[in-house]
Design a protein around this ligand. Structure first.
Ligand code: F6P
Length: 321
């Protein structure tokens, strides 16, 4: 059995731990493992190399992905996919394992449907917006990195009695905002899953100041319907006339050493993917729900919506009052 592995889309901390698990578990099972560089682009270009146990030594603690990644335009074309299929044939690869998010799984679904290539997926994205797994590889590290930044900002905000808007990533999903808001004791969180009421936010900030709160920390998830952190901050300022400071955490959340939770999840899911090959399971993503390994068809991972727990919003409201 010859398998090719790649990482695709936005990198996520823990991808290297997943690569290590796939390579070592694959070799342990008797498979030949190829590492494909720069995601689907490397598959189109035939940029791959055979991996051995030593090629993944000392990477479990590293952020990013040693294979490189991309958002490949070529792979979205008919010609690119044909080229990729030729590469699969040339190296007589029996199966691909792709680590990434919804874009990666859309590509996997189309490629396997049109060209009959067997593919298994692993959820790797900081956004945690994939149906079929409680957590994606990279989410835990991202929220801890963001939380560290929020804690630092709170120190200075409380010292100078300031209002801060902090923008976190997540594309169209508020998982990062929700988690960081609760753990960071935010005064409010604005997430895409909940309508934003600027008037109410402005009133809350005014009330907080009256109550003697020294720091006002508002977490804004990117993808919010009312705009980005700057737009929202300006709208609030137009009402309160109060000055503010703003921080966009951006790529700080995506890099860095993976947490223990991400390394553990990546190692478990990597071995579960190799295990799935032996059971002739493919065309799906391997995830973990309620501590159990489950397989979700690619299409469901991006058409079904994993529910954000909105009861957390209420908890944040009560705790920050
Ligand atoms: O999907 C991960 C993510 O970091 C999102 O949170 C963010 O919206 C996006 O990638 C940014 O992508 P890029 O680095 O390609 O601009």
């Amino acid at each position: 059995m010859r398998i090719g592995i790649l990482t695709s889309g936005g990198d996520a901390p823990g991808m290297n731990a997943a690569i290590r698990a796939l390579v070592r578990c694959g070799i342990h099972t008797g498979y030949t493992v190829y590492g494909i560089r720069d995601g689907y682009q490397g598959l189109v270009d035939g940029d791959l190399t055979e991996m051995d146990r030593r090629s993944v030594a000392n990477i479990i603690q590293r952020g990013g992905t040693i294979l490189g990644t991309s958002r490949s335009d070529d792979f979205e074309t008919e010609r690119g996919m044909e080229q990729a299929k030729k590469v699969v044939n040339k190296h007589t690869m029996d199966l691909l394992i792709v680590i990434g998010g919804d874009g990666t799984f859309r590509g996997a679904q189309e490629f396997s449907e049109k060209y009959g290539v067997k593919i298994i997926g692993l959820p790797g994205t900081i956004d945690n917006d994939i149906y079929g797994t409680d957590f994606t590889i990279g989410f835990d590290t991202a929220i801890n990195s963001a939380l560290d930044a929020v804690d630092r900002i709170r120190d200075t905000a409380a010292s100078l009695e300031r209002l801060f808007f902090i923008e976190v990533m997540g594309r169209c999903a508020g998982y990062i905002g929700l988690a960081v808001g609760l753990a960071g004791g935010a005064e409010d969180i604005l997430i895409p899953e909940k309508p934003t009421d600027i008037e109410a936010l402005a009133q809350k900030i005014r009330d907080n100041t009256k109550k003697g709160k020294r720091a006002n920390i508002i977490i804004v998830s990117e993808g919010n319907e009312a705009g980005n952190a700057f737009t929202i901050a300006e709208k609030v300022k137009a009402i309160t006339k109060e000055n503010y400071r703003l921080t966009v955490l951006s790529y700080i959340q995506r890099g860095g050493a993976p947490t223990a939770n991400d390394r553990i999840l990546a190692s478990k899911l990597g071995c579960a993917a190799i295990d799935a090959i032996g059971k002739n399971i493919f065309g799906c993503m391997v995830g973990e729900v309620d501590k159990k390994i489950i397989y979700t068809p690619f299409q469901e991972t991006y058409t079904k919506k994993k529910k954000v727990d909105l009861s957390i919003v209420k908890i944040i409201e009560i705790l920050s009052a």
